[in-house]
Design a protein. Structure first.
Length: 95
């Protein structure tokens, strides 16, 4: 199964199912949504012939994983970060 295709198929459903809590406005205006990005190796995915699978996750501060593509082998998180916001609702978001 293609992990990126699965992520693209279920991410909109998961994002729609958990609305973020309403946050109050501050003196400077409405509070912005914040998204954190972090990469991780999938534990137990390394074999004798293949390196461990690397994932790059975008998560909001309410606990919702917004996207989680697989990092290409022989690459790193930096190039994988650029296409990460594609398809995400980013109004009032600090990236």
């Amino acid at each position: 199964m293609d992990g990126d295709a699965l992520d693209a198929a279920i991410s909109p459903y998961l994002q729609a199912g958990k609305p973020p809590p309403v946050e109050p406005e501050t003196e400077e205006g409405p509070v912005r949504r914040v998204i954190a990005v972090d990469g991780k190796a999938v534990r137990g995915s390394r074999t004798a012939t293949a390196a461990a699978i690397q994932l790059l996750a975008a998560m909001d501060h309410h606990g919702a994983v917004l996207a989680q593509p697989q990092v290409a082998s022989k690459s790193n998180e930096i190039p994988s970060c650029a296409p990460l916001p594609d398809g995400l609702e980013l109004r009032r978001t600090r990236w």
